[in-house]
Design a protein around this ligand. Structure first.
Ligand code: GDP
Ligand code: MG
Length: 164
């Protein structure tokens, strides 16, 4: 089986956008459709001749309204830690750190697998303070990207395949 790269993070940070970019953009985004039964999405990708499967864990974002949001986040992170070989923890460089980010970080700091802290929505790398703040999550050096523009996603993939 191919190694699994899971994208984890709270809603609206850009998980589906990154997923589509890494996997070729053919997956329909259904997040905005209320009442759709969502699950995790899997799609194959490759970089530098390495093949892997990317998982968008965002299916757990809103799929289960019976549970409090904190429980959903917990479930998402635990599932990723269980099945993934590498975890991409995506945060939003525009909004800064939120309590939900802190909750995910607390779980992922216990992961025994590589976790990359990826700061999305950084379109202008000169505004470095936007992602330097994320050092405080205790997950190493933040990697700035723009999933929608594709900035620095190649460097992110270089780092990912280096640990696969
Ligand atoms: P998800 O809920 O984590 O799957 O997030 P989405 O991929 O659905 O994106 C949430 C919102 O952020 C959408 O409006 C996207 O267009 C926007 N977005 C995603 N990536 C970027 C980015 O790199 N830059 C900017 N400016 N917006 C982004
Ligand atoms: Mg999504």
């Amino acid at each position: 089986a191919k190694p699994i790269v899971a994208i984890v993070g709270r809603p609206n940070v850009g998980k589906s956008t990154l997923f589509n970019r890494l996997t070729g953009g053919r997956v329909a985004i259904v997040e905005d459709q209320p009442g759709v039964t969502r699950d995790r999405l899997y799609r194959d990708a490759n970089w530098l001749d390495r093949e892997f499967t990317v998982v968008d864990t965002g299916g757990l974002d809103f799929g289960d309204r019976e549970n409090p949001f904190s429980a959903i986040i917990h479930k998402q992170a635990e599932a990723a830690m269980e099945e993934a070989d590498v975890i991409l923890f995506l945060v939003d460089g525009r909004s800064g750190i939120t309590a939900d980010d802190e909750a995910v970080a607390t779980i992922l700091r216990k992961a025994k697998k590589p976790v990359f802290l990826v700061v999305n929505k950084i379109e202008d790398f000169s505004q470095r303070e936007r992602y330097f703040d994320f050092y405080s999550l205790g997950l190493g050096e933040p990697i700035p990207i723009s999933a929608s523009h594709g900035m620095n996603t190649g460097d992110l993939l270089d780092a990912v395949v280096a640990v696969l």
